[in-house]
Design a protein around this ligand. Structure first.
Ligand SMILES: [Zn+2]
Length: 344
């Protein structure tokens, strides 16, 4: 294996691993422009596209951001489109940002909403097809995470859990997503424990919004849902005890700096506590969350942390290594595409 020459490497060239990316919201701009008119969304100008499909300024609150996602959702209307957007998400990650390990997550309930022609199974098969085609064409390992939406009734969670377990050969993990404020994670505990028992990796969106209970939510996700990774977890920076707790367990944080700024989880890009969490010794990973709608790719996030937060190229590589080592994709599959030795 060739040793990496750190000093001559540009940010785009760093081999990357991304473990927090929502498939439904990484659509390519040209694909949206092509598809939107078929669904009654006229985009007469470039500006129309940005107005309708891109969030570029901090939104009022997390709830209103989630609402804006619904326009993109309308386009996810057929197996053909789902296969295409999955393939394109992988292709863009590989070609534009040198991402070698990529976990894409999606919520079957979200994709299916308003699309009566689709079933969970037909959605999943189309996505798997796109994923496998990308793995054949590009030197990368891709894994899928199934999402439970915490804003839906618990009965839906039960159905989605069973669906994930039934397809555990093509899902690597289970996630709990949507705004956690007002939606306690504890009722979902039995589903997550069952999925973990079945061998799926567990990650939970938690500690994202800037609310006083955020550090407690993170602790609950670990204790009650068996979270092996935390989606965001950024708010623990305000609580030394919570930071110590997460560090002690070696649980990685799936940090998404631009997303946190756009959803008002933090007050500015400059104020993001990424470096603080990294310096504390937490397993920090760098992710885009919703790359399409936030108009950001992994290079942009690395660039932000390098230029504004002072992380060196070597420190960025350490974060990439954290992501590569904590991915739920099998180690055998990851090691084939990753240039460094993986310890886990
Ligand atoms: Zn997310």
């Amino acid at each position: 294996m060739e040793p990496l020459i750190l000093t001559h490497m540009t940010i785009a060239e760093i081999p990357k691993a991304e473990i927090h990316s929502h498939l439904e919201l990484v659509l390519r701009k040209s694909t949206i422009q092509e598809l939107a008119p078929q669904f009654g969304i006229e985009l007469k100008s470039e500006q129309d596209y940005y107005d309708r499909f891109v969030i570029s300024e901090p939104m009022g609150d997390l709830g209103s951001v989630l609402n804006k996602f619904l326009d993109t959702q309308k386009l996810l209307a057929s197996e053909e489109i789902l296969e295409r957007i999955t393939y394109e998400a992988c292709e863009d990650a590989f070609k534009n940002t040198n991402t070698r390990i990529l976990e894409l997550r999606y919520a079957p309930t979200f994709v299916q909403q308003g699309h009566d022609n689709l079933t969970f199974q037909s959605i999943h098969e189309a996505i798997v097809k796109g994923m496998k085609r990308a793995e054949t064409d590009f030197d990368m390992a891709v894994g899928l995470i199934c999402i439970i939406q915490r804003i839906l009734p618990v009965e839906d969670a039960e159905k989605v859990t069973q669906f994930a377990i039934d397809n555990k050969d093509t899902f690597v993990g289970l996630d709990l997503a949507d705004n956690e404020v007002g939606f306690d994670s504890k009722p979902f505990s039995p589903f997550f424990l069952k999925a973990k028992e079945a061998g799926l990796g567990i990650t939970v969106h938690s500690g994202e919004a800037n609310v006083p209970n955020a550090p407690r939510y993170v602790k609950e996700a670990i204790e009650h849902l068996g979270a092996m990774r935390i989606g965001h977890g950024v708010q623990i920076h305000r609580d030394a005890e919570a930071m110590e707790y997460v560090k002690g367990l070696g649980i990685p944080l799936e940090l998404c700096p631009t997303s946190n700024w756009l959803t008002n989880a933090i007050e500015s890009k400059e104020a993001h506590p990424f470096k603080k969490l990294f310096d504390f010794g937490l397993k920090t990973t760098i992710n885009t969350d919703d790359g399409g709608i936030f108009n950001v790719n992994l290079n942009d996030e690395y660039e932000l942390l390098h230029k504004t937060h002072g992380l060196s190229i070597e420190q960025l590589e350490t974060c990439a290594q954290h992501a590569a080592e904590t991915s739920f994709i099998s180690k055998e599959k990851r090691q084939k595409v990753w240039p460094r030795q993986l310890d886990s």
